[in-house]
Design a binder for this molecule. Structure first.
Ligand SMILES: [Zn+2]
Ligand SMILES: [Zn+2]
Length: 149
């Protein structure tokens, strides 16, 4: 998974999903199959199109497969991170949102790992690359100086 730090931010990343999704959101087709490629016609839409045509009905346009971008903030929720994907929003974040900063900081590492989606993991990995780590450390130093007397 490709994670790119957003310009001007130390903790915000754009993570490109490995999964290909149909460009028509009402279709909902997604795949991780290596046989499918970006910009291919969506097989589910295409099948519906062929069926509609066979039945003499007006067919909806076929979507194309594209990779989705997810925005991740690795500093949110006491350093566990936050992602805009469905999995994190609906399964993982509700629990984190109910916890206090104290509770979050006391979570064991194993549970912190479980509270992260694959996109957060990818962003954290990217954050350890030298060019990203420097920006992160600079931001943390600034924060500490700002909080000091
Ligand atoms: Zn489709
Ligand atoms: Zn995610």
């Amino acid at each position: 998974m490709k994670a790119t730090r957003l310009n001007g931010s130390a903790t915000l990343y754009s993570v490109e999903s490995k999964r290909l999704c149909c460009s028509r959101s009402e279709c909902g087709y997604t795949t991780t199959s290596k046989k499918r490629h970006e910009l291919d016609a969506c097989p589910r839409c295409h099948k519906a199109w062929v069926n509609a045509l066979g039945a003499g009905k007006k067919a909806a346009p076929t979507g194309i497969l594209e990779r989705r971008q997810y925005q991740v903030d690795i500093a949110e929720h006491g350093g566990i991170g936050r992602c805009c994907c469905e999995n994190h929003q609906f399964n993982l974040e509700p629990k984190l949102s109910r916890m206090t900063a104290q509770e979050l900081s006391e979570l064991p590492d194993s549970e912190r790992e479980l509270a992260r989606c694959s996109h957060i993991v990818a962003a954290r990995k990217a954050a350890c690359e030298p060019e990203n780590l420097d920006a992160l450390l600079a931001a943390l130093t600034q924060q500490e100086q700002g909080a000091g007397p």
